[in-house]
Design a protein around this ligand. Structure first.
Ligand code: PEP
Ligand code: MG
Length: 752
């Protein structure tokens, strides 16, 4: 199937569909054109009729099968393609588990099969497939040609009135209050009107009249796109190095990506308009990336779609994202997904929340929303169908709900909730300068967890004593390429400067697992259990260059002051020793070159892997501090995935098993005189923080928003009797510690 033939096929298809002949005659002609053009033994079109895929025309299969062979969506190869909206190609069709043999077609002679969905307005209205007698494989280029043909075919079928309405039934218009559930991405509550980020521009013309003109149009549009991105980069708000800058760099990279541009030109070469070519390339890319098991790659779909949509708008001469038109009232943004740069374009005064049909915790856009303090809810099914532009909304991201057209009672509850939040926040602000000290005089040092430059403001705002965990991998996650040494130094230096006299604990990168970055390679298709896989220090010790470069950056950034450094996911003490040796070697090399160095380096270990606790006698004498990462530790102790809602109830920080374990570790560290911090999310929950204090933890590093509530709680309790009780409960079989602790705290009038 030569690519050049696509254009000829498209030209002929266009003529066929434009002819004044009956629909069936047109389809018969279409399959003939496709089989001849692609040199296949069979070309068939299945179209949906009353919801079922019916063979409507074939060249190569028996004609008696036309209108007879019918497959439900999900049935057979054709039904699978319609169901998944993804192409399927097989050298030996009958080996596929879904293969459904239909004797009337006479298809037993044909071994290989390739099919693509015919998609119209995001619904699969049919399937186009080819077959060959000879077993053969189909390459990516061939599938791309089929997709291009199917895309044009979809338009022509729609124009001929052959689209089955059951493929995309008209949606009933809802007018009453509705609650939509979603995944909590960034906590918070907000109220505003629904603003659609981007009414997708309909592509009116798909088949080009003059290919040369389309090539020229796309070149002009690309030039405008690049200029727009340059402008975003230089815009004052985002000027200067930082995470936003890194993201825009990713965009620039895509916009200059020769592969992307080349594929668009190829599609134009195949007879499409510039708009249709962009759309076709984006769809093909989307399907390919969606099939990838690498979450990082899947996130890139949105960067690419962001750019594709932008390009289509440029071609249409319509700058009509809601951001470009400007928000004029408090708004909740509605989108399938957003590119991070697109989010950054909104006026923060009016942007109160974001609701997405897709979205994930590690997406760039989520990281940015968190940094902007904009609540965000993701994975809301059929969001754009169930919400209309201008609908009043309440976004309760913390509760995982979007209330559409909320009832008066809900609006009242929202106002009360908002007022209570504001009061609480004011109270927390008043505590800013006061110590986190219990009524009986036990002081707990509160530090914050950070990872982005924008998190640094939290230090001042919360009055925290320092940064107890700086997750250095965030910089790696928001970057399309390995952050260069200069960039790393610059970030670490700005963190230290913002902290001033306060200590900062840098954690070396915890990349891998669900925090994959594409540029480190070796991920061959994903891991069964990524959290327990090749990540964190395991990866760093194999990629010594990476660790050494990071060590250099940290040493240079901390010149003249103290550097606190810790390593994630240590399982055995030798890993700590090796990692430290890499840093020491980097230090010696810099020293030999006369570079200024830190006055002192403190080395810490993270305890996240349960087995390490049994080797503490060997580890403790060698480390300066210990930090317990309860997020990971708990999932390994309880064998309950920290991200899986189905086992969330088992992932219980206040179970006796977890607390006894922690108590042992804290006692061992105390005895060895090694300071210990808890830096997982556990310490940011009031009841959990109280339990930790009760078992002897005196340092917590927590999410900035938790500093106020945890401090207020600590200042409201008398710890000694609680500590005594907790010790008893830990020894009481069957004790429901969570309930018992809550009751005891409430009895004291604690602010939980
Ligand atoms: C932890 O596991 O508790 C931790 C602090 O590390 P992270 O959440 O980054 O895995
Ligand atoms: Mg961890």
């Amino acid at each position: 199937m030569p690519v050049g033939s696509a254009r000829e096929i498209l030209r002929r298809l266009h003529d066929v569909m434009a002819a004044r002949s009956p629909a069936q005659a047109k389809l018969d002609e279409v399959v003939r054109v496709i089989a001849e053009g692609l040199g296949s033994d069979v070309a068939s079109i299945y179209l949906r009729r009353d919801g079922v895929l019916e063979l409507r025309a074939t060249r190569g299969l028996k004609q008696e099968a036309v209108h007879v062979t019918r497959l439900a969506v999900g049935e057979g190869l054709v039904g699978t393609i319609a169901e998944t909206k993804a192409p399927l190609s097989l050298a030996e069709a009958r080996e596929h588990p879904r293969f459904a043999y239909r004797p009337e077609t006479g298809e037993e002679r044909f071994h290989s099969f390739a099919g693509v969905p015919i998609v119209h307005r995001e619904a699969a209205i049919g399937v186009l497939c080819v077959q060959h007698v000879r077993p053969r494989t189909y390459d990516d280029v061939e599938i791309e040609v089929l997709q291009t043909v199917a895309m044009v075919l979809a338009e022509l079928i729609a124009a001929a009135g052959l689209v089955d309405q059951s493929a995309a039934p008209p949606r009933p218009v809802e007018t009453g209050p509705v609650r939509l559930d979603g995944l909590r991405l960034v906590d918070g509550i907000a109220r505003g009107v629904a603003v659609f980020h981007q009414p997708r521009l309909p592509i009116e013309r798909r088949v080009a009249d003059d290919v040369a003109i389309e090539h020229a149009r796309i070149e002009r549009a690309l030039a405008t796109l690049r200029a727009q991105i340059d402008q975003m980069v230089s815009r004052a708000e985002f000027a200067g190095p930082g995470d936003h800058d890194e993201i825009l760099e990713t965009y620039r990279m895509f916009a200059l990506d020769e592969g992307w541009v080349r594929r668009i030109h190829t599609a134009i070469e195949g007879g499409l308009t510039a708009e249709a070519a962009i759309d076709s390339v984006a769809q093909a890319q989307r399907i390919r990336l969606e099939a990838s098991r690498d979450p990082y790659l899947r996130e890139r779909i949105h960067d690419l779609e962001d750019l594709s949509n932008r390009l289509i708008r440029i071609l249409a001469g319509r700058a009509d994202t809601a951001a470009a038109l400007g928000l004029s009232q408090e708004s909740i943004l509605i989108a399938r997904n957003l590119g991070p740069a697109e989010l950054l374009e909104y006026d923060r005064r009016y942007l109160k929340g974001v609701a997405l049909e897709e979205g994930s915790l590690t997406a760039h856009v989520t990281i940015i929303a968190r940094a902007m303090g904009v609540p965000m809810l993701g994975r809301i099914r059929n969001l754009r169908e169930r919400v209309s532009e201008g609908d009043p909304l309440i976004l309760d991201a913390t509760a995982g709900a979007l209330h559409v057209r909320p009832s008066p009672a809900l609006l009242k509850a929202f106002a009360a909730q908002k007022a209570a939040l504001a009061r609480r926040e004011a109270e927390f602000r008043a505590l800013r300068g006061l110590p986190a000290e219990t009524r009986d005089g036990v002081r707990i040092a509160l530090y914050v967890n950070a990872g982005l430059r924008s998190d640094l403001d939290a230090l001042e705002a919360t009055g925290a004593e320092g940064i107890g965990l700086f997750r250095t991998e965030f910089q790696f996650l928001v970057s399309a390429t390995l952050p260069r040494l200069g960039r790393q130094v610059e970030l670490y230096r700005s963190v230290l400067e913002a902290a001033g006299e306060r200590p900062v604990v840098f954690r070396t990168v915890d990349i891998g697992g669900d925090k994959a970055v594409p540029y480190l390679g070796d991920r061959d298709g994903g891991e069964e259990n990524p959290a327990m896989g090749w990540r964190a220090l395991r990866l760093s010790l194999e990629r010594r260059g990476l660790l050494a470069a990071q060590a250099r950056a940290l040493l240079l950034a901390a010149a003249g002051r103290e550097l606190r450094l810790m390593f994630p996911m240590i399982t055995e003490p030798w890993e700590f020793l090796e990692a430290r040796a890499v840093v020491e070697e980097a230090r010696r090399r810099l020293e030999a070159r006369g570079r200024p160095l830190p006055q002192k380096i403190l080395y810490g270990a993270m305890l996240e892997v349960p087995a390490l606790a049994d080797l503490l006698d060997e580890l403790l004498p060698r480390i300066d501090f210990l930090s317990i990462g309860t997020n990971d530790l708990t999932q390994f102790l309880m064998a309950a995935d920290r991200g899986n809602p189905k086992v969330a109830a088992r992932y219980d920080w206040l179970s006796r098993g977890v607390l006894r374990y922690l108590a042992r570790v804290v006692a061992a560290a105390d005895q060895a005189g090694v300071p210990v911090t808890v830096c997982g999310e556990m310490g940011g929950r009031t009841l959990e923080a109280l339990a930790l204090a009760a078992i002897g933890v005196r340092r917590l590093s927590i999410t900035p928003a938790a500093v106020g509530p945890v401090k207020a709680m600590l200042r409201s309790v008398t710890l000694a009797p609680i500590a005594e009780r907790v010790a008893q409960w830990l020894d009481t079989p069957g004790c429901q510690l969570r309930e018992a602790l809550r009751a005891e705290a409430e009895r004291q009038g604690a602010r939980l």
